[in-house]
Write a new protein. Structure first.
Length: 243
């Protein structure tokens, strides 16, 4: 299992939200590139980037900051938020992003995910954000009637590199991840799952490592490493000791 530090971008700055609410944001850095270097120096093996403005607008909004991040670090990156078509995917990959995360469009146009996986093998990740088990889209603003497990199963056979599963109720709340829901989703599919939302301590990392055999290969952490509740270097060392 790998620990993946997150950078969420809003108006070019590095922020964290509570439960995905744009009005509940805390600014942690005016230089996302500098913050990215810090997470790399502390042992991050992969950087998770979200264009929050893009997620709500449906089009890229923080390209300048994203480009600066990619140029500032050596570790690979994954990026989501506002990616709705093949041209945007290709543009981000050409910019140097390692892999692109499809969320809203994966729910609404699964055939586009299949085509993206064919065109860009190994570089497409699907983000499934759930509110009480149901998929939420457009920056979590709209909760649909589709169950997260149902959507995950639809992605089978497409060639998706991984699925990022986020429990919205836990995101930014420092209450620990939803282990049962994460395990249930991972066990229902053959695609590797990355857990997201609620991680607040080394114990949370250990708890997720206990369900690694279910197919949980990574964990994204944001607020906890910004506030110091979780030491990224210690979390990375914990996972490496068990490899």
């Amino acid at each position: 299992m790998i620990v993946i530090p997150a950078i969420d971008l809003k108006e070019g700055r590095c922020v964290r939200l509570e439960q995905g609410l744009m009005e509940k944001d805390t600014v942690y850095s005016d230089s996302p590139a500098a913050q990215a270097r810090i997470w790399q120096e502390q042992g991050g093996e992969l950087l998770h980037i979200v264009d929050l403005d893009g997620a709500f607008a449906g089009v890229p909004r923080n390209k300048e900051a994203i480009s600066a991040i990619v140029k500032a670090i050596d570790i690979p990156t994954e990026l989501g938020g506002g990616v709705r078509d093949l041209a945007t995917i290709e543009a981000y990959l050409e910019l140097g992003v390692g892999r692109v995360i499809l969320g809203t469009v994966a729910k609404e146009k699964p055939e586009l995910v299949k085509e993206a996986c064919r065109l860009f093998p190994g570089r497409i990740v699907v983000g499934i954000d759930a509110n009480n088990g149901f998929v939420a889209v457009r920056g979590w603003a709209d909760v649909t009637e589709k169950k997260a497990t149902e959507m995950a199963k639809e992605m089978e056979g497409f060639g998706v590199e991984a699925i990022i599963y986020t429990d919205i109720a836990r995101d930014g709340m420092m209450q620990g991840p939803n282990l049962d829901a994460t395990r249930s989703l991972a066990e229902s599919i053959s695609i590797p799952v990355i857990a997201s939302g609620g991680v607040s301590s080394l114990q949370d990392i250990e708890n997720l490592m206990a369900i690694e055999s279910s197919g949980v290969v990574g964990v994204i952490t944001g607020k906890a490493i910004y506030t110091g509740a979780l030491d990224l270097r210690a979390a990375v060392e914990l996972t490496r000791r068990n490899k």
